[in-house]
Design a protein around this ligand. Sequence first.
Ligand code: ADP
Length: 457
Amino acid sequence: MFKKILVANRGEIALRVICACKELSIRSVAIYSEADRNSLPVRFADEAICIGPPQLAQSYLNIPAVISAAEIANVDAIHPGYGLLSENANFAEVCETCNIKFIGPPPEVTRLMGEKEKARAAMRKAGVPILPGSEGVLGSEGEALEWAQTVGFPVIIKASAGGGGRGMRIVRSKQELPALFHAAQSEAAAAFGNGDLYMEKYVERPRHIEFQILADQSGTVASLGERECSIQRRHQKLLEESPSTQMTPELRQQIGQVVCKTLSEIGYANAGTVEFLMDEDRRLYFIEMNTRIQVEHPVTEMVTEVDLVKSQILIAAGETLENVLPGPILPRGHAIECRINAEHPEKFTPSAGKITTFNPPGGTGVRVDTAAYAEGTIPPYYDSLIAKLVVRGKDRAEAISRMTRALEMFIVEGVYTTIPLHRRILADPEFRAGRTDTTFIERFLARSGNDKEKVPA
Ligand code: ADP
């Protein structure tokens, strides 16, 4: 087993990994930028090393700085969390060269899944349903038009290296294709240093449904069921739940089986998420795979009682799934997660600054993953997620009432947050009835307006 792990991340996920290390009696090393000197990961890790100034490129994304810290601290492994270097195959390779175990899949698998049109092709070959779309990268605007006519409008142009909803454009007609093609291309090039695009059929009002899997190094793969993440703003998830109101035991089993078989064939190892869209006829289509722990992993942890981060560490150390999992996965009850972002409720822009009051809720079935605290500062340089509020109830109705009271008892002052927005979503009749597709927020905001009453004069 590993003796010491470096946590190559910050904020709530760094703290989450440190918790797992403590429970496994593994020493943890936090790395931090100058802006995170007073952060909780620094306080709770066994060791902490400053790796540079606040800017991401000079600290958390600076591979030589991260590797130097790992060598100075003499760690056996690096846990990358999510975002940052977690899906960077070059970083995984550098770790390997330095004899440090990267807690993630083999670099070639990360690379395959990171090129989304290649991942699509691999999934299709293995028998996983995908949406009709282009084969390979779109070479030109003319080729994009040909494919759009083959697939039929509306289509969606997506970035091969995509993430966070960037480089994506919905195209409804031939006339608007050229401008949207070029806009997607420059956005992708700016965001990912790679302007490659591909195309898929656009599904109207889909649900986003994803399967959580765990795979060991000997090719055994288990499905831990699905999460529904349809409540999104600008293609970014806001609220997630498990199970999905639209899932049937048969469909869950069928998709779980094909996903596990495919991942075993491609040599996947680690936790991972296979994302699908569900159309109005409840058919599922693969869209992408994330080869890391996800922000919304606690939803699955709440219903399955499997610790996914500890599982990642044990698998990376060579344990088999048989030893990692307690037995057959039998999800219980219903879990919901609300992402609490520090952002202005009307403008949706990040709200950095000092937190003056911080009262996270507690009680039965409530979990808060956060690295925020009263008198702590939210730096302006990073992601705006400051906490994840997760609840479990015996069924969806109980989870909704538990989340409603937990949101009411979650007091954050000094910065704006998405708490008021979540309170209104939870009270919405459409949400309560489970009518949740990816266009929900658009309709909801048109219906209910923004959070005007919550913005102080
Ligand atoms: P990213 O990696 O940028 O997050 P994804 O491929 O995961 O991109 O898609 C993010 C979201 O964009 C989906 O959850 C969905 O809301 C929307 N989306 C993606 N592909 C389609 C599609 N073919 N039809 C309709 N919506 C889509």
